[in-house]
Design a protein around this ligand. Structure first.
Ligand SMILES: NC(=O)c1ccc[n+]([C@@H]2O[C@H](COP(=O)([O-])OP(=O)(O)OC[C@H]3O[C@@H](n4cnc5c(N)ncnc54)[C@H](O)[C@@H]3O)[C@@H](O)[C@H]2O)c1
Length: 267
């Protein structure tokens, strides 16, 4: 018996997830696997990748780990090729890998600028290009790129991060316009504060263990950013990404989707 929820199922689909070793990427790999997709897990962190692949396989679907530095065009193309070689096709690509590059505009040096653009912008661009090329002949596919709530309001000290994420939003809208004729949808998400190592690393003590007092204080502060009084979790973003990669969102393309707890200001 068919159900309106069948459009969320992804059996027979092949999804590529970058940043799959941690946080939003790991949660996304898990959700896509639970929806039935085979998952190509890519990251520069081999230990984290192994954990994610084991979790995906525990969900009963197939997964491969493809160590990938998304700042390298050749490695991104090899990642897509590995997925095609293993599973025969690519239906969904989410370009999630990214990092914070702190620094005030007046102080930014070329190394920080180049690393920020290399990871947060070129990494997503290479992934989008390789995805479109892999999908265009089959006449279908979906791409989700991860931007940030940082595109919605300026915040001092995160200039490279914010302007690379703003570029990801426009890159995604432009790619959607161009790839629509191939039946490929491209969307971006702009997450609000989401608890992952991306947000909690600064709360670690020098020995790497969590400073519980600092963590608790940060969580209380973060809850105050949302009118709901709660903090976002990686799963909140992963479920949105799943929607955007599944046929449930067949009419959605060229958009920036925000799951951010209604947050209207940064910390
Ligand atoms: N957590 C948040 O509050 C938040 C908010 C807005 C946007 N984002 C964005 O979400 C994305 C995922 O962040 P997260 O919170 O899951 O962080 P995370 O640190 O948990 O995960 C990021 C992953 O990217 C990987 N990575 C880093 N450099 C890489 C490279 N060169 N090649 C391949 N992989 C690489 C890391 O190894 C890590 O597994 C990022 O693009 C981040 O900017 C996060």
């Amino acid at each position: 018996m068919s159900s309106p929820f069948d459009v969320y199922r992804m059996e027979g689909r092949v999804a590529v997830v970058t940043g799959a070793a941690s946080g939003i990427g790991a949660a996304t790999a898990g959700v896509l696997a639970a929806a039935g997709a085979s998952v190509v897990c890519a990251d520069i962190d081999p230990a984290g990748l192994a954990t994610t692949v084991a979790a995906v396989e525990a969900a009963g679907t197939r997964a491969i780990a493809v160590p990938t530095d998304v700042t390298r065009r050749d490695q991104v193309e090899a990642m897509i090729a590995a997925g095609v070689a293993e599973f025969g096709r690519i239906d969904a690509v989410c370009n999630i890998a990214g990092a914070m590059f702190p620094g005030r505009i007046e102080d930014l040096d070329d190394d920080t600028i180049d690393r920020g653009i290399g990871l947060n912008l070129k990494g997503v661009l290479y992934g989008t290009q390789a995805a479109i090329r892999a999908m265009k002949d089959q006449g279908s596919g979906a791409i989700v790129n991860v931007s940030s709530g940082a595109i919605d309001l300026p915040y001092a000290g995160i200039g490279v991060y914010a302007f690379t994420k703003a570029a990801v939003a426009m890159l995604s809208m432009t790619a959607a316009l161009e790839a629509g004729e191939y039946g490929i949808r491209v969307n971006a998400i702009a997450p609000g504060m989401t608890v992952t190592p991306f947000t909690t690393w600064r709360l670690n003590k020098p020995d790497g263990t969590i400073d519980q007092d600092a963590y608790d204080e940060f969580m209380e502060y973060s809850k105050g950013m949302s009118p709901l009084g709660i903090v976002g979790e990686a799963m909140d973003q992963a479920l949105l990404i799943h929607y955007l990669l599944s046929d449930a969102s067949k009419y959605a393309t060229g958009q920036i989707f925000r799951v951010n707890g209604g947050q209207t200001w940064a910390w």
